[in-house]
Design a protein around this ligand. Structure first.
Ligand SMILES: Nc1ncnc2c1ncn2[C@@H]1O[C@H](COP(=O)(O)OP(=O)(O)OP(=O)(O)O)[C@@H](O)[C@H]1O
Ligand SMILES: [Mg+2]
Length: 392
């Protein structure tokens, strides 16, 4: 696909004005699952209400390291989601993340936005370690201080190939990508919308996905640092599969049960019994209760935390900050209790689960509230994208 299509989409940082004649659907194409959220302004106490909410898992190896290696299941899953939920609007806000995306906060000489847009490739060359010819670039000016002769700017670069890939599957599913965002901004927006009373705190947000962790830092509400950490929750499933000879489905189920606290101690059958038994769902309860399973999950948590801590160390070395008021967890990994608890112990700061539906009404006539709220952490990116379509 050529540059023509890519030029129709762009990264948008912060709030923007949109023609709101048609609803814009937030569509998060994750490597584990595609999440879809749509909102509309609400009449009650909460600013918005949910109009559509869907999660559909993808087959394994469909998206690897952020790249869509197998288009068909992605296209089919998007088309099915839209059909099932009877979505009429063709407009989609989507996002990319991982190793194809780089975001940097930099200080540049003060200039008009139009001039900066023109100079962007040259400015970016210095800060973005990608070939500038191969990326889509965008920026947002953060500092409003007119008297200063410099200004703080967020530079965003995403490999065009990755953006085109996402635009292509959306178009194949007969939809139009009107906004192309990045996951870290979408979670940051979801947080800012959901927790307005915490806008002056020092906050780190971690979106714990299957293959990547998106990190965003707000210093007293000031967005200052973004990194995508190349490790994800699929490590749990891989480790459980390997250690106990489970298939991916059962390994995932064991992880979910342990995360729900359904493990329980002392009821485990012998490991040989349940791992040798190939029957579907057989003895999964025993597996979840097996102390060796808990141990493997703990080891993976420590490995993931090791990578997270490295990134915090890097951030702190340059920011000279040694404290956060809270670390918010989003993404499927927010369900893994063991990870949240160990992270709290290791970092020493409060760790909370980000609830992206905190200020969104969920009409009970339309949705199963338990299901929707139970899937809230992993729908944070999709909600942040849906907000793009309804916020001014
Ligand atoms: N209830 C749960 N308990 C434990 N783990 C869960 C639960 N739900 C999801 N996960 C794990 O979270 C991961 C999926 O999270 P998420 O949907 O945020 O990832 P993704 O957006 O598809 O991936 P990525 O953004 O990395 O491409 C999977 O690895 C899954 O095993
Ligand atoms: Mg994700």
């Amino acid at each position: 696909m050529g540059g023509r299509k890519a030029s129709r989409v762009r990264f948008w940082v912060g709030m923007m004005f949109l023609n709101r004649t048609r609803q814009i659907i937030g569509l998060d194409i994750g490597s584990h699952a595609i999440k879809m959220v749509a909102l509309r302004p609400a009449k009650g106490e909460l600013p918005f209400e949910l109009t559509h909410f869907g999660v559909a898992e993808l087959p394994e190896e469909t998206i690897v390291d952020g790249a869509i290696v197998n288009e068909d299941p992605v296209v089919e899953t998007i088309a099915e989601l839209f059909e099932q939920h009877k979505i009429k609007s063709p407009f989609v806000a989507a996002s990319v993340s991982g190793n194809a995306v780089i975001v940097r906060r930099v200080t540049l000489p003060r200039q008009d936005p139009e001039d900066l847009r023109e100079a962007l490739p040259y400015e970016a060359e210095e800060h973005i370690p990608f070939d500038i010819d191969d990326v889509d670039l965008d920026f947002a000016i953060l500092s409003e201080d007119e008297d200063s002769d410099s200004m703080d700017v967020v530079l965003v670069a995403a490999k065009r190939e990755r953006v085109d890939e996402h635009v292509a599957v959306i178009e194949e599913a007969k939809r139009t990508a009107t906004i192309m965002d990045i996951d870290a901004f979408a979670v940051q927006n979801a947080f800012e919308f959901s927790y307005p009373e915490r806008q002056f705190e020092d906050i780190a947000i971690l979106n714990l996905g299957a293959s990547v962790i998106n990190m965003a830092v707000l210093e007293g509400g000031n967005p200052s640092f973004w990194r995508d950490i190349a490790i994800g929750m699929q490590q749990y499933v891989i480790a459980l599969q390997r250690q106990f000879m489970l298939d991916a489905f059962d390994a995932e189920e064991v992880l979910r049960r342990v995360s729900r606290g359904e493990g329980g101690a002392g009821t485990a059958g012998s490991l040989a019994e349940w791992s040798a038994d190939g029957e579907e769902g057989a003895d999964l309860q025993d597996a979840a209760a097996d102390p060796r399973v808990i141990e493997v999950i703990g080891q993976v948590s420590d490995r993931i935390i090791g990578e997270i801590v490295k990134t915090f160390d890097f951030y702190q070395a340059q920011a000279m900050r040694d404290h956060f008021d809270a670390v918010f967890l989003a993404g499927g990994g927010a369900h893994v209790n063991d990870l949240a608890e160990r992270l709290r112990d290791r970092l020493g700061w409060p760790v909370e689960t980000l609830d992206p539906l905190r200020r969104v009404a969920v009409p009970e006539s339309q949705f199963d509230p338990e299901y929707v709220h139970g899937s809230a952490p992993e729908s944070t990116v999709a909600l942040g994208l849906a907000l793009r379509g309804v916020m001014e």
